[in-house]
Design a protein around this ligand. Sequence first.
Ligand code: URA
Length: 225
Amino acid sequence: MLSDDRPLEELLAEVEARAKVCVACPLSQTRTNVVFGEGNPRSPLVIVGEGPGEQEDATGRPFVGRAGALLDKALREAGMTRRHVYICNIVKCRACVIENGRARNRPPTQDEINACFPWLDAQLTIIKPLVIVCLGSPAASTLIHKNFKIMQERGLWFSNRYALAVIAALHPAYILRQAGEAYEKSYRSLVEDLIAAREKVKEIRRLLDTQQPIPPEGEEQMRLF
Ligand code: URA
């Protein structure tokens, strides 16, 4: 199915259509929308978050709430916009608990992550990014290694079966829960990790394509990756 010659947009649309009717886990019973992912599927850089929150569930789009606004700001500081990257999550439906009659986000369970994994696997297999940025610990534990320690291991480079270079950064929702200096420090680390990811794309491209001359300094800055 995934090895045919159709354009990747078509392959991805087909997977998305199947994901939209997925009932593989109980999150399908409480979701409003499946949040599959969006952005440039031909980007060398894929950003993977944890899962949709309230706004994302309501709109069907990833990172459109407060955490998304912070991610957009950090991307801009790293010289990118979400049109330059592809953004998705390890789980495609909102995980929440009802407390005092209100739905509150909760981390997805391992069973939910496992049930949803085939969608992420298909996305990354089709997109074939050069670099993946995992936002937060659940994404890093899923895509880097099982006992990932986000505070110790963020900003370090790994690789996996989907990309030559994989890095984890602090999740924007975690950063939003910090105050004062802790907020500043954690936000700077996110920007730094995004800049490192963008630089890593350029480095890998040079290594893969030794025919491609390294552009002179000025020209280099005109190009995003
Ligand atoms: N947090 C995530 O991890 N993903 C989203 O899409 C929104 C918030």
